[in-house]
Design a protein around this ligand. Sequence first.
Ligand code: ADP
Ligand code: ADP
Ligand code: SF4
Length: 601
Amino acid sequence: MVRVAVVDREYCKPNKCNLECIRFCPVNKTKHKKAIELSPDGKHAVIYEDICIGCGICVKKCPFNAISIVNLPDELEKNVVHRYGENMFKLYNLPIPRLGNIMGIIGRNGSGKTTSIKILSGLLKPNLGQVGADLEWDDIIRRFRGTELQTYFAKLANNEIKPIVKIQYVELVKRRLKGRVGELLKKADERGIVREVVDKLAIKHILDRKTSELSGGELQKFLVAAVLVKDADAYFFDEPCSYLDVKERLRVAQAIREFIDVSKKYIMVVEHDLMILDYISDQVSIIYGEPGVYGIVSKPYGVRTGINHYLEGYLPAENMRIRREPIHFRIQVDTRVKPETEYPILKWTNIVKTYRTSGFKLFIEAGEAYPGEVLGIIGPNGIGKTTFIKLLGGILEPDEGEVLVSVETISFKPQELSPKIFPEETVAANLRRASPSTLNPASWIYAELIRKLGLNKMLDRYVADLSGGELQKLAVAVALAKQADLYLLDEPSAYLDVEERLSVAKVIRRIIEEKRKTAMIVEHDLMLQNFVSDEVIVFSGKPGVEGYASKPMSNREGFNKLLRELGITVRRDPQSGRPRVNKPGSYLDRQQKSIGQYYMP
Ligand code: ADP
Ligand code: ADP
Ligand code: SF4
C-alpha cells in the first residue's frame, strides 16, 4: 500500500491548537524518527509519508479536521499524473479527449475535475507526482506511451493543439473582463460566426451591456458564446449551465454540438445537472476518491451506463465501489394528499399585477400552500417569479385579486452569491447572525442543518476563502436558519456536485417539515426539482413582457406543461428511473408527443 497524507492548509492552525497531532503520533514517541512535525515556517504540519505508519491517530486528534490519511494500492502509483505539493491533493489518471466523442466528466467537488482540465488545456504541466519537478514534455509523453493521451500530449507540447476553456466561476469575469458584451465577442470571434452564435444563444439584447451589468445567466451565455467563436482544437466547458433555465441549458447543449465539429475537435464538459450532461455527452469519465485528498479518473463509459454506474456507486470496469450507498432521486410525480384538518399558510385568488414603469404584466392563477410543503418554481428568468413572491409577502399590492392568507416574513437566498449576503467575515458569525441557536451543538438545527451540510467543519473559515460550492451551502444554511414563514431559495444547486445537491434537497425538506413552514424553490436542475418539491408552479409567457403563473400542480402535470412549451420529451431510464431527454424526432419523442405525455409517461 502507498500512503497519501494530506494536510489542508486552510484548516491547519498550529497557533490555535496544542499540536496534538505531533504529540500523540506513536512514531514520534519512539524518538528515533519523526512521522509528523511542524513546517519550518511553523504554519502547518508536515507528514512524512514514507515514515508514517498510517495509524490515523493524528487524523482523530486534530481539532480542525485538517489531516487526511489514506492507503492506496501500490500499483496505482504508476498512474499518478499530478501532485500539487507535499501533503497536497494527488490526481491519478486523466479523462481521455477523443475526436468524434463529447466527453462528460462527473465527480464530487474537490475531486480533480478542474485540475484535469487545467492539465489537458496546457495551463498546468503535470509533475507525475514528483513534487517540485519541472519535467520535460518528453518525460510526460513517455509516461503516457501506448495510450491515446500520448498523441494528445505530443500535439499539446508541439503547440498543435490550441485549447480554450469556459471557466467555472462566471462571476470572476465581472472583475477580469471589462467592456461591452458585443465588442468583446467581436474581438474574440476568430471564426466569423458571432452572429449565428448570438442568435442560437438568444443574447442579442445584452450586446450593448457592460459585463459588470450582467446577471449570472447572462454572464454564463456570454462566456459560452466567447468560447464557441474561438478557433480552437480542444474545447473545455467547466459547468456551462449554472444560472441558466431549462430552455437555455438545452440551447447551450445544442450550441456545443452545432458549432463545434466533434469529428475534428476535442470537447470536454464538466456538469452536475445529470439530465443535461446526459444530453450533451457521448461518453463520461467519473472522478472518484476523496475530495481534497486524491482523485482517480475512471475509464470512459458510454454516457447512459456511466451515469447509471455513478448513481449506483459501483464501477464495473475497475471493479470499484465508489460510494457505500447508491444515489436514488425520489421521482415523485403525483400530488401529495393534503390532510383535511390543515390550514393553508398561504392562499391567493387569481391576481393581475402590472408595473407602470416597465409595463411588465403578471397573471397568477389562484392557489394555496400548506405548512411543511415545498413548492417548486420553474420557468425562465425575467418572467415574474420575484414579483409573485413579493405579492405573497405583501411587499407589492395586486391590481386585481388578493392574497387571502399572507405571510409576514420571508427568508430569501438570492441566485448570485455576492458578498452582500454574508455581512460577517467568518462562517460561524454569519450562521450566528441568522439565528443564535444554529451553533448550539445540542440543537436540532445544528444536527439537521449545520452538520448535514458539513458546515461544522468550516465554522472558523473566512467567507472570502470559500469555494463556490462551500458558499452555496452556507447561503442555503443562512436562509434556512432564519425565522420566517416563507423560505425562497433561488437556484440552491449552483456549484454543488450531485451528492451535495441531494443532501441540500434533503435538508430543505427536513427543515421545512420540522418548522411547519413553506418553501419555494426556484431550480432548473429538473432531477433535483422533482426530488425536492411536493408540487410545482410553472411560469410561462414572454420574459420582460408578460408572465403567467400556474396554480400549484403535481410534478407530473407541471413538468408536462413546461416540457410541452419547450417542445421536448423526457423518458424514464428503465435501470435507474432517472429522466432522460429524447432525441428530437426519435420514435419515443414522436410517440410521447402524440399522446401528450412529455414527462416520463
Ligand atoms: P474539482 O474541479 O473537482 O472541484 P479541483 O481540480 O479544483 O477539483 O481541485 C482538486 C483538489 O486540488 C482540491 O482539493 C483543491 O483544494 C486542490 N487544489 C487545487 N488547486 C490547487 C493548488 N493550486 N494548490 C494546491 N492544491 C490545489
Ligand atoms: P424573475 O424573478 O422571474 O426573474 P421578476 O419578477 O424579477 O422576474 O421580473 C419580471 C419583470 O418585471 C422583469 O422584466 C423586470 O425587469 C420587471 N420588473 C421587476 N421589478 C420591477 C419594478 N420594480 N418596476 C418595473 N419593472 C420591474
Ligand atoms: Fe503519526 Fe499515525 Fe499520524 Fe502517521 S497517521 S503521522 S503515524 S499519528
